[in-house]
Structures are given as C-alpha cells and as structure tokens.
Design a protein around this ligand. Structure first.
Ligand code: CTP
Length: 447
C-alpha cells in the first residue's frame, strides 16, 4: 500500500533489473518502496549482481522468484527459457537500477547475453536506466556514447547523482536514491505532460556528458543542455509585508539575480519554477512562475514544491520581519509617534535545508556588509546549504539594482571561489556550472 508521502504505484507491474555494482544494496530499499507503493515487482539479476546482494534477499522483498538464468536447468513452466519474452510483455515498466557500465554497453550493443539484457530486448514497455559506477567510468566517452545510444532507443536515462563514491573519489556516478527513482517511475507511468516529459525522458542528458552536438531548441548554440532532467526551483525578488492597504515593509531587490538564474537554468535544459516577489521584470520564457507578495506566501509556495526539486536556489531578499497585524484601513497620522510591532517571518531556505532530501542541491545567497565570509559560512551551515553566494551590496557593481554582480562562492566542502565582476547572467551560469560539476576549477578573470 502507498503512504501519503510516496507516489502510488497501485497495481503497476514493474521489472527491476539489478546489475553488479556496490549500489545493488539500494535495490533492496527500492523494492521495498515499490511494494509499499502498491506495485507488483519481479526482479531480474545478472550473475555479477549476485556478488553484491543475494537473490534470496531480493526474492523475499519482492515476494516472487528472482530470475537470473536465461537457460535454466529445469524445463518446467516457471523455468521456461521463454521467460524473458513473457516478462517483457507483462511489465508496465522495466527499471534497471543500478546499471553498470558493462550492462549499459550490452544494452547499447543489443546483446542478449543475460536474462536481463534479453528481457530488455523483448520488453514492449518503457525502460528506465539508472547508471551507477565510478566517476571516470561514468565520464568516459564510451559510457556516454552508450547512454546516448540508449536514449536514441527511447530509454529514459536518470543521470547519476553526485557524491562520495565507493572508490573514495567524489564526483558523479552514484545511483540516485530510491525515493528519486520511485518518483521518476511514477512520472513515467503517469505520462507527464510533454514539456516535463521531454526533460525527464528519452533524451535526458547526463550532467557530465559533453554538450550534445545538436542541443535542444531550448539551448542556444553555445549553451550546453547539461541541466536536462533536473528540476530547479528558484526564489527571486523582494517580499512586501503590508502595514496597511497603502504602505508596506520591503527592500530594493529588483529580482534580476534570481531571474537570471531561472533563465540560465532553463536555457541549459532544466525544468524551472520561479517563485517571485513583486518585480518589474518579464519572466523568462518556458519557466513556471509562481507570484507571491509576502514572506509567508513565498514560504508556502516553496515548501509545497520543495520535494519535487533537484536543485533549490534562494536568491530572494525575503523580509525577516513583518508587521504583527496589517491594518485593513489606512493608518491616519493622528499620533506624533507610531510604534510598529513586528514578528519574524519564516526562514524559507532554512526550512528547506532542515527537510533536505538525499541528492538535493541547495544554494543560498548571503548579503553581508561585515565579517562577510564568516557570516556567510555560518548561514551555509545553519541552513544546511551546499553552496552560498556571498555578495556585499557596498561593492561597486554588486548588490541590488545592478546588472552585474561580484560574488564569492563558498562550498560546503570548504571551497572558496572568488568570481570576478560579471553580468548577473554570467554569475548565474558560473553557479550552475558548479552544481553540474563541483570539481570545476575557479572561473578565470576576464582579460
Ligand atoms: N532567506 C530565506 N528566508 C528568509 C530569509 C532569508 O529563504 N526569511 C534566504 C535568502 O533567500 C538567502 C539566504 O536565506 O538565500 C540568506 O539571506 P540573508 O538575508 O543574507 O540572511 P538572513 O538569513 O536573513 O540573515 P540576516 O538577515 O540576519 O543576515
């Protein structure tokens, strides 16, 4: 049965293909989640997968025999060598997680050298592939070529996640978390609307892949579609906290930084939602815009969408305090002095950080005038962020209302990357570059 927090897969027939990667242990968790969501699950394993996790474990969790041998010893009905054909016809979706470089190569080459690859060749249902391997194997042109080949066959490829790998290296290559795979399965089965579907499936581009020779129409010729398949949520602009119908507490934020990030992420292929306070800017094309006025509204808009986002970037200048009560009629100037009673507003990004799900990347901005780096790093820790972009509004060309910005990016791992004075769009791209590949070298100063 599904619970409230996971998508329902009630009555869905899923094949889970498991291959020989250390991430195979996560397959056990994935099966449990599939079963809890109401799916009927059959597991197919390669011989190498059995070195990492036993058929007994996966069979017990899936409550069905695990298939492995394409030519089983016995010839009774359940062990028939045509099992792969029947399985391929039975399923609503075939998920291969983890998918090793070896299996990707076999699938791309059309080999039927195992029960798993034979089933893939026989399957009439959509196939979702979740690669898992070491960073350099994942980046290798052969692996990337095989992934591209699978996309050309209309397979959906879920990009590997970034993080610590079994080898001790840090980079992209981790199997996505079972929760994320489950959501992608539900999206695929529910046939998401074309725009999102195009991002999530057949032509997903892995973040570390070289830019495709012919990027999508969403990308300018020089822009890599390296954020395809990622859902990016951006906050932008000021918030306005009403005092009465004609007065408010606000700040001079124009929203340009957040809008530039939304535009850059969209141009690079991401599925972008922009939660924006009041601005005079035209929203970038192809971006879902949610307009809000008060901090509380921004908070609600973000928290209700946060679990669907892979990347959340808080570029809004959220008011920290709001009048305790907004008067419904205009306040008259009867008194010589007026005291406003204020209350703290919710911290949007901190709440996101406190509920961060595995694999999510969170980015904040810090506007600091004193002890900049210490304060920014404190915010990064307190809000559980991966990156914080520090800027000082007193510096020339930085801060509110300018078309340029000078930021220092501080990473959770201690990285400090001082960017030169750049257009806000270039700052946005530099920030997104680090999300795509945190191992990137610092941006060189323009000559
Ligand atoms: N932020 C937020 N919600 C708030 C306040 C800030 O989401 N109520 C986010 C901003 O969008 C930014 C980051 O938190 O990404 C830091 O914002 P900043 O104004 O620099 O810091 P505060 O947390 O408000 O702390 P202080 O004002 O005390 O410096």
């Amino acid at each position: 049965m599904s619970d409230d927090s996971s998508p329902s897969l009630e009555g869905r027939r899923l094949i889970l293909g498991v291959t020989g990667s250390i991430a195979a242990y996560k397959s056990a968790l994935l099966i449990r989640q599939m079963k809890r969501a109401g799916a009927d699950v059959r597991v197919v394993m390669t011989d190498d997968a059995k070195r990492f996790i036993t058929p007994l474990t996966l069979g017990t969790l899936s409550e069905a025999d695990v298939l492995g041998d394409i030519f089983p010893e016995s010839s009774d009905a359940s062990g028939s060598w045509t099992q792969h054909v029947r399985l391929g016809l039975w399923a609503d979706l075939f998920v291969i997680a983890p998918a090793t470089a070896q299996t990707l190569a076999n699938l791309a080459g059309g080999f039927s050298n195992s029960m798993l690859t034979a089933t893939a060749l026989s399957a009439r249902c959509p196939i979702l592939v979740c690669p898992a391997m070491d960073r350099d194997m994942y980046r290798h042109p052969a692996t990337q070529r095989n992934l591209q080949q699978l996309r050309d066959y209309d397979y959906t490829v879920m990009p590997a996640a970034h993080g610590e790998l079994a080898s001790g290296l840090v980079g992209r290559g981790r199997m996505p978390e079972p929760e994320a795979i489950l959501r992608r399965i539900a999206d695929l089965l529910d046939g998401r609307p074309p725009a999102a579907d195009a991002l999530a499936s057949p032509s997903v581009t892995d973040e570390e892949a070289d830019p495709p020779a012919d990027p999508s129409p969403a990308s300018a010729s020089s822009t890599p579609a390296d954020l395809r398949g990622l859902r990016v949520l951006v906050t932008a602009g000021p918030t306005q906290e009403p005092i009465d119908p004609v007065r408010m507490l606000t700040n001079p934020s124009t929203g340009r930084m957040g809008y530039a990030i939304a535009e850059a992420a969209r141009a690079r292929g991401a599925d972008v939602t922009l939660v924006s306070g009041p601005t005079h800017l035209d929203p970038p094309g192809g971006v879902t815009v949610v307009r809000i006025q008060r901090a509380q509204e921004m908070h609600e808009a973000v928290q209700s969408r946060r679990d669907d986002a892979d990347v959340i970037i808080g570029a809004a200048a959220v008011a920290d305090y709001a009048p305790r009560r907004a008067s419904s009629s205009k306040t008259k100037k009867d008194e010589a002095e007026l005291t406003l009673s204020l209350r703290r507003t919710p911290d949007v990004l901190k709440t996101v950080g406190a509920n961060k799900r595995p694999g999510q990347v969170l980015v904040g901005f810090a506007l600091e005038t004193d002890d900049e780096r210490e304060n920014a790093r404190r915010k990064l820790e307190a809000k559980n962020l991966d990156w914080i972009a520090l800027n000082n509004p007193r510096e020339d060309g930085a801060g509110f209302g300018t078309s340029t910005n000078r930021v220092t990016l501080l990473g959770r791992d201690g990285t400090v990357d001082e960017l030169p004075l750049l257009s806000k769009r270039d700052v946005a791209d530099a920030l997104l570059d680090r999300i795509v590949d945190p191992d990137l070298a610092p941006v060189p100063s323009p000559s």
